[in-house]
Unconditional design. Structure first.
Length: 492
């Protein structure tokens, strides 16, 4: 009986992910297998994902602890093993002995567009004879000659190559033979490129995702984007996903070492000091010096869309003529922390001001000038230093309190109260534990999901899983050479 080869190998890859994702790969594993695996991918490949297939003893212990908290992980693994058994594959006898080295899945061409239709899977198994025994057991393969010393095979919807204990799998034979040529004659991804992409990230994480961005940014379609210095400086990216008994951690790094940048050319304010946040609503965000983002967006607009930027300058001139206020000067006031809290129904924010008295005068001028904001709704005074701005379907309130601008708005059909703004303005704030860099956030998933209608009608198993979810929190830091971040989903 012929079995669907593509489905079997896909299930095997997914099972490797499930079995390894709850821990880290052994840090003592030799580097050579990974170097060999990566050499089959183009040196400028935009996407490669590697999955560890054998966790360390500590990771295995953490996997068991996490599985005890989330029984659904065990159910998913059992379902995959059962499905493989239906296809005639015994996981413990046929697949598990092959585990040990990472599986790599990625783009066989240096083009992001190509990955929509093509892929390449490479795995250096631990035992060549057992690998060949598995392939014979599966059936459905037709010999297609050899290339660079590797045996070639065709299946109904795939092409394979086997060289020693390494198997290559793709949709087209052309991609398979090209990968073999890269490995044999050079031009493949090197271990140093991999190391640079994941520099500073956990080396023993269960999953690594990385890629080279230079080819993608060299296309005619990216010509406008390259006018932005920060985009032109992008070289590669790396990300890791790791599990432990406490939850899931994601880390990433964008390498912007392609050219020399100044701190003002970076999207976020540089430095490691995090913004304060206010505890209360389920979603909490803190941002250092929000004027940096405004300036970056304005510079990007000027570089990539001169016509749109000219329209912005025209609107700014209208406001300046009517009020004597320069928008960029106003934006430059926001150099303190921006703090935002939300439950999706109500959103509150406060931003530190460099000169609160000047901003108070600006608000008064904008409210008194007819059409002071150019086009659309204008600012209106409600008295007592309170202002409102009413775009369609929403009422936004503003006020200056001490050294900060405080604002808030509610979902359609709800009203924002001035007392709510005053309470938020006086609420204590503090940095999130472990946060580093300009942007930090914390989302209480259990609180947020309890506010949704779907949570009330969820199945008992779904409610149990939702009840185990803790906070999703993290931070992002910027330097002229890299943008880095870390986020953790806690499991109770």
């Amino acid at each position: 009986m012929r079995r669907p080869l593509f489905l079997t190998l896909a299930l095997g890859a997914v099972l490797a992910l499930v079995l390894s994702a709850c821990g880290s790969s052994s840090s003592s594993a030799p580097a050579n297998p990974l170097q060999t695996t990566l050499s089959y991918f183009p040196s400028q490949t935009p996407f490669v994902l590697t999955v560890a297939t054998k966790p360390s003893a500590q990771a295995a212990s953490e996997e068991q602890q996490l599985q005890a908290r989330l029984p659904v992980l065990g159910l998913g693994r059992a379902a995959l093993i059962s499905r493989l058994a239906q296809l005639g594959v015994n996981y413990n006898q046929d697949l598990k002995p092959l585990a040990g080295n990472p599986v790599a899945i990625g783009d066989p061409n240096p083009s992001i567009q190509a990955f929509r239709n093509e892929f390449l899977i490479v795995w250096m198994a631990k035992d060549a004879s057992k690998l060949n025994a598995l392939l014979k057991k599966l059936g459905g393969l037709t010999a297609a000659g050899s290339h660079d010393g590797a045996k070639l095979y065709r299946a109904s919807s795939a092409a394979l190559a086997v060289t020693g204990a390494t198997i290559l799998f793709s949709k087209s034979m052309a991609d398979v033979t090209a990968a073999l040529d890269r490995h044999e004659h050079g031009g493949g991804l090197t271990s140093s490129q991999y190391s640079n992409a994941v520099s500073g990230l956990p080396q023993d994480a269960a999953i690594h995702i990385f890629g080279d961005l230079t080819a993608a940014l060299s296309t005619p379609q990216a010509a406008k984007a390259r006018r932005v210095p920060w985009v032109a400086a992008l070289r590669s990216y790396g990300a890791t996903l790791g599990y432990s008994s406490s939850g899931l951690t994601i880390q990433f790094r964008l390498d912007t070492g392609g050219r020399t940048l100044t701190p003002s050319q970076v999207p976020l304010a540089t430095g490691s000091t995090p913004a304060n946040v206010v505890s209360g609503l389920p979603v909490q965000v803190g941002l250092v010096n929000p004027s940096q983002i405004f300036s970056f967006i304005e510079g990007a607009e000027q570089a990539t869309s001169p016509l749109s930027y000219a329209k912005f300058l025209k609107q700014q001139a209208v406001v300046r003529r009517r009020t004597g206020i320069d928008i960029n000067t106003l934006i430059a006031q926001f150099q303190g922390d921006l703090v935002i809290d939300s439950d999706t129904h109500t959103t509150l924010g406060r931003a530190g001001l460099r000169d609160p008295a000047s901003v108070t005068k600006v608000l008064a001028k904008l409210a008194s000038a007819k059409g002071g904001l150019g086009t659309g709704p204008s600012l209106q005074s409600l008295g007592g230093g309170l202002y409102t701005f009413q775009p369609p379907g929403r009422r936004v309130l503003f006020t200056v309190s001490a050294n900060q601008l405080v604002f808030g708005f509610a979902a359609a059909g709800r009203q924002m109260q001035a007392s709510t703004l005053r309470s938020f303005a006086a609420a204590p704030s503090a940095p999130l534990p472990g946060a580093s860099g300009a942007l930090s956030f914390r989302i209480s998933l259990s609180q947020l999901l309890s506010l949704t209608a779907g949570a009330q009608t969820a199945t008992p198993l779904a409610r149990q899983i939702l009840g185990l979810l803790g906070d999703f929190s993290g931070s992002v830091a910027a330097t002229p050479s890299a943008l880095t971040g870390k986020a953790t989903l806690a499991i109770k």
